[in-house]
Design a protein around this ligand. Structure first.
Ligand code: SF4
Length: 311
């Protein structure tokens, strides 16, 4: 028995449905559909997600079979779909459009179809191609920005600099996609926190995404960052540094975006709509900083979060 949709157990076997191993927290109620396996890049220094998975593109026929299986098990009552794994738009545009058309024909109540995407892949697509995919029914893209700092993107082997991030994401927005960007607090460690906050705010302001989602760096065994940390060549940011970094980031944002801390790795739950909620969000961070200064148990709790595993 496997989870077909998170929180709902159905008698589908691994052989009869290709379950993706990861999805964004916001896709908790979505049908999960695997179009590729793994990550075609797979080199980011902080990322353990697909290290054991050989990248493969699935055939359109196999994906359509999974869509038909999903219909049989859900009765066709599906409103949101998340397409996996990490960079689905690397498949041929025609194939993606065929899959999207089959999805929309199969589930008439579908109102959101989302996917992970790399900014470099988006930058390589023409505006016409992106519009075609959008018209076929892909509505939102989840993209890992991580940081706006060119130096840190390079150090973390992200394979895309700030210009690529801005051009790829802007192109997606202009094609009509909702764009959800992920920021990794602490990616600069103790020494480059300010650079990370300021440069990330600058890049986000240029893109003005629909969503900004923050996570906090928790080094995972098997990744270069974990090794650097173990050897002492990377100094993890202290809880105060992380909270001040987030404060600096929020303060520097002039976006019209939903800002969300929808991940267990975060030190403070800061959610809101920008710019309307900025003052309240900054006050919440200040409260967390004050608590940190006075409360040893809170400090120990935050310091322990860097040891979270299997996120
Ligand atoms: S962060 Fe994304 S692009 Fe980088 S290796 Fe992980 S899945 Fe691939």
């Amino acid at each position: 028995m496997f989870n077909f949709r998170f929180g709902r157990r159905l008698a589908v076997t691994e052989e009869s449905y290709d379950f993706p191993p990861f999805r964004p927290p916001s896709e908790v109620d979505s049908l999960l559909l695997r179009v590729t396996r793994g990550c075609p890049w797979n080199r980011c220094a902080f990322c353990p997600m697909y290290k054991q998975v050989k990248f493969e593109k699935r055939s359109v026929q196999a994906v359509k079979r999974d869509i038909d299986t999903a219909k049989a098990y859900t009765g066709g009552n599906v409103e949101t779909v998340f397409i996996a794994d990490s960079d689905s738009l690397v498949i041929k545009t025609e194939e993606m459009c065929q899959i999207l058309e089959h999805l929309h024909c199969t589930f008439s109540s579908l109102n959101r179809v989302t996917s992970y995407a790399r900014a470099l892949t988006l930058k390589r697509k023409s505006p016409e191609t992106l519009r075609k995919i959008r018209s076929a029914g892909l509505t939102r893209l989840h993209i890992g920005l991580e940081t706006g700092s060119a130096r840190l993107l390079d150090r973390m082997r992200k394979g895309a600099g700030p210009d690529t991030m801005i051009r790829g994401c802007t192109r997606a927005r202009e094609a009509g996609f909702e764009v959800s960007l992920y920021v990794l607090l602490g990616i600069g460690g103790e020494s480059a926190s300010q650079e990370h906050a300021l440069e990330t705010a600058r890049v986000l302001n240029e893109i003005d995404p629909d969503f900004v989602r923050v996570r906090t760096l928790t080094p995972q065994p098997g990744t270069p960052v974990f090794q650097w940390w173990s050897e002492g060549s990377f100094q993890m940011a202290a809880p105060e540094t992380i909270l001040k970094e987030e404060r600096r980031l929020v303060e520097g944002l002039s976006v019209t975006s939903h800002y969300l801390s929808d991940h267990v790795s975060n030190y403070a739950v800061i959610n809101g709509s920008l710019p309307a909620d900025k003052t309240k969000m900054l006050a919440l961070i200040d409260t967390a900083l004050e608590k940190l200064a006075k409360d040893a148990a809170f400090r120990a709790e935050l310091e322990g979060m860097r040891y979270l595993r299997r996120l």
